[in-house]
Ligand binder design. Structure first.
Ligand SMILES: NC(=O)CC[C@H](N)C(=O)O
Length: 254
C-alpha cells in the first residue's frame, strides 16, 4: 500500500519526491475516502491555519482523527506537527480546529517569522541508532513551531536550545535552571508518541532520508502487529533502494 501525503497545501510534493527517492510510492490525499487506500500518512509543512480551513472544507477532520486513533502511523512535519498537537498556542484569533492525538503543547511560530527561518545541526541519537549515519541531522526550520511541553508517553527525539530573544515565550512549565535560564532552556523539535511522529523542521527538503526511513519502519512495526506476513512491494523497494544509488528529481539541499 502507498503512503498517503495530505495534499491540501504546503510541501506535499517534496514529501512525495523524498519517498520516491527511497523507492516508496506517495499518494496525494485530498478527500476522506482516499485515506482508506493508505496505511500511513504524512501531514506536510505549510501554513496550519490555511491547511485546517481546507481540511474543514473537504470534511477531512473526522476521517483524519479516525486514522490517528486506529493506530496507523502518522507523521506531521512543521504545520503537520501543529495539526497533531493536543494543544496549540500562538493561534490566530478565533482559534482553529486541528486533529490532535499528540500529548504536547506546541507554539505555532515559536522561532519567529519567515525571515527568522534557519538551518541547524541537531543531535539525533535515536535516529542515528536506528537508521545509521551521523549523530547529527541538518534541519531546515521555516517559520517553525516548537513543542514547549510534552506528556509522559512522548519520546523526545531531538531538542534545540531556546534563542535568547525567545526565552520570554516559554511558559513557567518548561523546565530550566534558575541560575542560568538562557543556557539551559530547550524546546522539543522532534518527538514520537506511539504511532505519531512529529518534527518541527522539514526533512523532505534535504537529501538525508533518515526521518523518512524511520517513519516507514514505524509503518512496518504497525503491520507486524496485525500480520507478520505480506511484506509490501514498496517495503522491499525501500530495502533495495537504500542499498543502491538514489536519483534526485526535485531541488534539495545537500
Ligand atoms: N513551515 C511550516 O510549516 C510553518 C508552520 C507555521 N508556523 C504555521 O503556523 O502553520
Amino acid at each position: 500500500m502507498a503512503v498517503g501525503v495530505l495534499a491540501l497545501q504546503g510541501s506535499f510534493n517534496e514529501h512525495i519526491a523524498a519517498l520516491r527517492r527511497i523507492g516508496v510510492e506517495g499518494l496525494e490525499i485530498r478527500k476522506p475516502e482516499q485515506l482508506s487506500g493508505v496505511d500511513a500518512l504524512i501531514i506536510p509543512g505549510g501554513e496550519s491555519t490555511t491547511m485546517a480551513k481546507l481540511a474543514n472544507y473537504h470534511n477531512l477532520f473526522p476521517a483524519l482523527r479516525e486514522f490517528v486513533n486506529a493506530g496507523k502511523p502518522v507523521w506531521g512535519t512543521c504545520a503537520g506537527l501543529i495539526f497533531l498537537a493536543n494543544k496549540a498556542i500562538g493561534q490566530k484569533s478565533g482559534g482553529q480546529e486541528f486533529i490532535g492525538g499528540l500529548d504536547c503543547t506546541v507554539h505555532r511560530n515559536f522561532f519567529g517569522s519567515q525571515l527568522q527561518s534557519f538551518e541547524a545541526n541537531l543531535a539525533v541519537p535515536k535516529l542515528a541508532q536506528n537508521e545509521g549515519g551521523p549523530d547529527t541531522f541538518r534541519a531546515v526550520f521555516i517559520r517553525a513551531p516548537a513543542v514547549l511541553e510534552a506528556g509522559p508517553d512522548v519520546e523526545v527525539l531531538a531538542d534545540y536550545p531556546v534563542p535568547s530573544d525567545k526565552l520570554s515565550s516559554l511558559t513557567p512549565a518548561v523546565e530550566r535552571k534558575e541560575e542560568n535560564p538562557a543556557a539551559d532552556a530547550k524546546v522539543i523539535v522532534a518527538l514520537r508518541q506511539g504511532n505519531i511522529l512529529a518534527t518541527a523542521f522539514h526533512p523532505e527538503l534535504t537529501s538525508d532520508a533518515r526521518w523518512h526511513t524511520f517513519f516507514l519502519k514505524m509503518r512496518k512495526e504497525g503491520s507486524h502487529e496485525k500480520s507478520s506476513k505480506n511484506t509490501s512491494t514498496s517495503e522491499l523497494d525501500l530495502e533495495n533502494n537504500l542499498q543502491g544509488k538514489r536519483s534526485y528529481d526535485l531541488p534539495i539541499f545537500e
